[in-house]
Design a protein around this ligand. Structure first.
Ligand SMILES: Nc1ncnc2c1ncn2[C@@H]1O[C@H](COP(=O)(O)OP(=O)(O)OP(=O)(O)O)[C@@H](O)[C@H]1O
Length: 529
């Protein structure tokens, strides 16, 4: 039943300007013990773009790989495979001075301002640290007006090519004199930088002299940053523990801004804060984005915050992006079964609303041992059924799926850990053998004789100790493309939204109507035991 994976590239209806392009990215954690051990596939082949100046939200249950993905984009984790193009260059291959230079452009703000700030340093030192590490500013000098002559730069300056757009100092040569101007962002008046020109035959030597020492400039930059994030100059010499949670997060943001990045990963930046403070920090982030043209990856579990702040959203499950697209569209009309389930779990603002809920059974599979087919296949309420079972009673189908899941869990968990497997599935731990499990899962149901026969065969295999045969029998009889084939991303809207699900293929019914049917039949509560 295997099928070629056709990964359709997410295409924006109108191609914009991507700052970050992620292609088939994988980040695996090895446990460092055995060569043959199975790695944790925290990020397992994701492809998406982040447009310049936009905020892309990243949501999904705990452990689905959000933080690992964010950390891989800023090179705090090394990718196992795939590409992260930043302005067209693959940063996963950067090393040495190139990596160090790029690190200025991409920063991260952590969730917990309590533990992410070093309590032995003053707030000023914390914000200044990246400036010290990168020896900021480096006084890159661009020389204009040299009319094709060979130019050397000496003194405090470091020459950069004439077409460099972000030089710290621009020296304009006119005859035998030169004037220097300092770019905005460096708290230094032009008059504190002087430039002189010496002719050496056809060549020019431009000497740059900066009157203010770098430590003083950095302190001035930190004071500016304190103000930018809504703190005050006198906070420079205080320690993090003297601040509230919101103020500490402002310090974390100031530190991230210090080197004037283009891209910031915000890893649950407001989750640890009181609700009243959250709005202020979110407003600050939005203002900073406008002021500095920043691009954000915003990781969050609070979907209402994401809806409020993000232009587009990526929904992640077990190391995969399941759906990605414009926020409002995705929230009001989800297309992927996982997005649908995730959104239906949000309490409705209107208590009188009678919105239907989908309750997912159990917890996600282990990222060490993800399902062979669709990542969501073991929990999907609208999984494709084999033709002959399309009209099978939903409760019976759910019970069959639950039995399959228990057999899979027994395989994953050590045999002695069967109790743990059942606990994960929310089952009473006292049922330990297959007859008890069958009774628990199917005891109340009136099974059609044909299903009863299949179940009996499976139970016999397990009794005989051949659980592999039991699993294979279940797969053969009840499996579908969802169990065996990796789905592709399919375009699901005009605006370029894509969704990873076999149901978008022409031969199947779309997930939406199947969900609606399921809810109409009043069986939306997939059993949770
Ligand atoms: N350093 C590590 N070594 C081994 N496994 C790790 C490591 N960091 C994360 N993992 C595992 O990788 C998977 C993804 O974790 P990650 O923290 O990226 O998820 P998340 O979606 O950010 O979760 P949360 O919302 O709880 O922060 C999890 O199974 C986690 O246990």
């Amino acid at each position: 039943m295997s099928e070629e994976l056709v990964q359709e590239q997410p295409q924006a209806a109108e191609q914009r300007d991507a700052l970050v392009e992620v292609n088939e990215l994988r980040t695996y954690y090895e446990d460092g013990r055995l060569l043959s051990s199975r790695p944790v596939k925290a990020v397992d082949g994701v492809t998406f773009r982040i447009e310049r100046g936009e905020t892309l939200g990243l949501v999904g249950e705990s452990g689905c790989g959000k933080t690992t993905l964010g950390r891989t984009l800023v090179r705090l984790e090394q990718a196992t495979d795939g590409e992260v193009l930043f302005d067209g260059e693959d940063i996963t291959t950067f090393s040495g001075s190139k990596l160090k230079r790029w690190r200025r452009d991409a920063q991260i703000v952590f969730q917990d301002p309590e533990s992410s700030l070093n309590d032995r340093m003053t707030v000023g030192e914390i914000i200044r640290e990246p400036l010290d590490v990168h020896d900021w500013p480096d006084f890159s000098v661009r020389v204009e007006g040299a009319r094709g002559r060979e130019v050397t730069v000496s003194g405090d300056g470091r020459p950069v090519p004439e077409d460099a757009s972000d030089a710290d100092v621009v020296v304009t040569v006119s005859g035998d004199s030169a004037t220097a101007s300092v770019r905005e962002g460096i708290p230094l008046p032009d008059e504190d930088v002087t430039a002189s020109v010496t002719e050496r035959g056809d060549a020019l030597d431009v000497a740059v002299n900066v009157r203010v020492a770098k430590p003083r400039l950095r302190r001035a930059r930190v004071r500016e940053l304190l103000e930018t994030v809504g703190l005050r100059e006198e906070h420079y010499y205080r320690y993090p523990h003297q601040f509230s949670g919101g103020q500490r997060q402002r310090v974390g943001i100031a530190r991230a801004l210090a080197l004037e990045p283009e891209f910031i990963v915000l890893d649950e930046p407001v989750s640890a804060l009181d609700v009243s403070v959250q709005a202020k920090i979110l407003n600050l982030l939005e203002d900073l984005q406008d002021e500095f043209g920043l691009t954000f990856l915003f990781i969050a579990h609070d979907l209402s915050v994401v809806r409020h702040i993000c232009d587009r959203v990526a929904v992640m499950y077990l190391g995969h992006v399941m759906e990605i697209g414009e926020t409002e569209e995705l929230f009001s009309d989800p297309k992927n079964p996982y997005t649908y389930s995730l959104l239906s779990a949000i309490p409705d603002a209107d208590p009188t609303a009678t919105r239907e809920r989908v309750t997912l059974r159990g917890t996600p599979p282990s990222p060490r041992d993800p399902p062979a087919g669709c990542p969501f296949s073991t929990r999907c309420p609208v999984k494709i059924r084999p033709e002959q079972y399309r009209d099978l009673d939903d409760e019976v189908w759910d019970a069959v799926e639950l039995l399959r899941e228990i057999l899979r869990e027994r395989e994953r968990a050590d045999r002695t850990l069967t109790e743990r497997a059942k606990q994960r599935l929310g089952m009473e731990t006292r049922f330990s053998d297959i007859d008890e499990i069958r009774h628990e899962v199917m005891g109340d149901l009136d099974l059609p004789p044909e299903i009863g026969r299949h179940v009996e065969r499976v139970v016999e295999y397990v009794r005989e100790g051949d659980e592999r045969a039991a699993r294979e029998y279940m797969l053969e009889e009840f499996g579908s493309a969802c169990d065996t084939d990796r789905p592709a991303h399919h375009p699901v809207s005009e605006s370029g939204r894509t969704s990873l699900c076999h149901r978008h293929r022409a031969e199947y019914e779309e997930p939406g109507p199947v969900f609606d049917d399921l809810l109409d039949r009043g069986t939306r509560q997939t059993r949770s035991r």
